[in-house]
Design a protein around this ligand. Structure first.
Ligand code: 4UW
Length: 545
């Protein structure tokens, strides 16, 4: 196999050892993970309740839930919605659903019922799993969707009878141990769809990213390759499992290596740090804003918590500045920062650093994942560029999505006929194959690692009776990475204020999507075909910094 830059076709081949896919075409990702030998004992621990799932218990539960779903009539290709914060039961749902060849679609628990309704309309689920706390959001979004309640044992009897749409509880399904003869056997192929996660890609509103079992199996292999060590590892899970980062790590990949995963239902600094101490955790996957907070509060943290077990933190989902990396290295000299760069559209990690030495190349997103190829393309001419030249990163390989769900137009403008994915990230690759991300070509705003699609906010702003036109751009922010900023053109005679604009949006979107800066302008700059010239606005907004 080739490795490194090939000057005859301007393709970069991964320098990592290739990981051949299992040859059997009829294989689902759950079976692939469960059949892997390892010597782990505890798969998941809930950091606050101490409830845990051993590996045998996990697989029994997955089997039992899958059989129940099958007796309920769930079949290959059916879409099932999962609305839950991080929990030790989240992976049980994902793995059961995927084992049947049914498709899991996840959504941010912070989303409003209107936002959830949009995803339901697009993905058309036949069933939903939800915690009792989040249940009202689903019933508001889709009153007739049957629901399976995810709840702790203690909560069992309290909620069930009140809700007519609740058809069963996860706990009940996990313990039913329905004999597998009841399960309708349907062959699941690596090519079949496994997940439908939502991402705005390079432009427009959120779209369903279709990832196959092959995409996920190949990502599981990549995760195993990075983290399977002689000794078993303990991970802290605080990044959200509904997002590709958390999903591939905590609901699939790490399980296959026998690691123990300590689950936090939401991010809270004290809980995270005390969990590291209590469980002697070795790995801590994070998004950059949490690393920033760890650097800024290092003295207080080190005085209060014993973090001596911690071997590495992983950073991904958004860029980490050199300043923060250096600050972290100085304050936590015994902890290695590893980078991971990925997209929902690449079903997880497209590039990563796997050692301290690799991470020392400050600012790099790392080397291409095994089996992944890249091109750096000049956006105007479409020409593939050589080493050290900056352009749009294109990726190809076994983890690249099949396309956007029921959206041929978006698929065609993102994936080309040779299988290349336009990432919308501006990068260069150095002589040694290390990728450096320098800018974002696409519209996407990342607030604390969460995706905020400007097109959705612009559409919402245009529904305001006093707004004539609007454009939303990312504005740099030390704490959040970026915040959404709006340029607004008021209708003649309107005296709409900045805070009125912000309130109007805040009432209708999840908190992470809120507009946090407003500037009034007389017109929104556009090209002749009507596309907003975002780069001009970003330059204008940041010129005073
Ligand atoms: N540096 C700079 C980075 C980086 C980055 C992402 O929400 P999405 O679609 O997807 C993600 C996925 C991140 C991820 C997945 C699996 C994994 O193991 C891991 O390792 C730590 C990370 O974020 O957003 C995709 C966009 O987010 C930006 C970039 O613009 C990309 O196109 N991004 N990671 N390390 N920028």
């Amino acid at each position: 196999p080739r490795s490194g830059f090939c000057s005859s076709n301007s393709i970069y081949y991964s320098k990592r050892k290739p990981l051949p896919l299992p040859p059997n075409p009829s294989l689902d990702v759950t079976t692939f993970i469960s059949s892997r030998a390892h010597h782990g004992t505890t798969a998941f621990i809930d950091s606050s309740t101490g409830h845990h799932l051993t590996f045998p218990h996990l697989w029994l539960s997955v089997h039992s839930v899958a059989s129940s779903l099958s007796s309920m009539g769930i079949r290959k290709g059916d879409v099932i919605l999962l609305l839950s914060p991080n929990s030790i039961y989240f992976p049980v749902v994902c793995l059961s659903v995927m084992s049947l060849g049914a498709i899991i679609t996840t959504t941010n628990p912070l989303n409003t019922s209107t936002e959830i309704a949009k995803q339901i309309k697009d993905s058309n689920p036949v069933l939903a799993f939800a915690t009792s706390q989040l249940l009202p959001k689903i019933t508001a979004a889709s009153p007739n969707l049957p629901i399976i309640l995810i709840e702790e044992e203690e909560e069992q009897e309290r909620n069930k009878p009140k809700q007519p749409r609740v058809v069963d509880t996860l706990h009940n399904m996990m313990t039913k141990r329905e004999p597998s003869v009841n399960r309708v056997k349907q062959q699941v192929n690596q090519d079949d769809t496994a997940t439908l996660l939502y991402s705005s890609g390079t432009t427009g509103p959120s779209k369903g990213v279709v990832s196959s079992h092959r995409n996920l199996i190949s990502m599981v292999q990549i995760v195993i390759g990075r983290f399977e060590k002689e000794e078993l590892q303990t991970f802290i899970c605080t990044v959200p499992m509904f997002h590709i980062y958390g999903l591939v790590a905590f609901a699939t990949g790490l399980l296959a290596s026998g690691s123990t995963i300590v689950v936090l239902s939401k991010f809270e600094m004290h809980d995270m740090l005390s969990s590291i101490e209590r469980f002697r955790a070795t790995y801590l996957p994070l998004v950059p804003p949490i690393l920033v907070a760890m650097v800024n509060n290092a003295e207080a943290i080190k005085g209060k918590y014993d973090l001596s077990s911690l071997h590495s933190v992983l950073s991904g989902g958004a860029p980490l500045s050199k300043e923060v990396i250096e600050g972290f290295v100085e304050k936590y000299p015994k902890v290695t920062i590893l980078q991971g760069y990925g997209l929902t559209e690449s079903t997880g990690v497209g590039a990563s650093t796997d050692s301290l030495e690799e991470s020392r190349r400050y600012g790099t997103a790392g080397l291409l994942s095994p089996g992944t190829e890249a091109k750096i393309v000049e956006p105007e001419s479409g020409e593939a560029l050589p080493v050290n030249k900056t352009g749009e990163l294109w990726l190809r390989g076994p983890t690249i999505m099949k396309g956007y769900f029921s959206n041929e137009e978006a698929t065609a403008s993102t994936l080309d006929s040779e299988g290349w994915l336009r990432t919308g990230d501006v990068c260069y690759i150095d002589n040694d194959g290390f990728i450096f991300i320098v800018d974002r070509l696409k519209e996407l705003i990342k607030y604390k690692g969460y995706q905020v699609p400007p097109a959705e906010l612009e559409a919402l702003l245009l529904t305001h009776p006093a707004i004539l036109d609007a454009a939303v751009i990312p504005y740099p922010d030390k704490e959040a990475g970026q915040v959404p900023m709006a340029y607004v053109v008021r209708k003649p005679g309107s005296n709409l204020s900045e805070s009125q604009v912000m309130d109007f949006v805040a009432k209708q979107v999840a908190p992470y999507k809120r507009i946090r800066r407003v500037t009034f302008t007389s017109s929104v700059p556009k090209n002749p075909s009507g596309k907003i010239l975002r780069k001009d606005l970003i330059k204008l907004a940041t010129s005073k910094l």
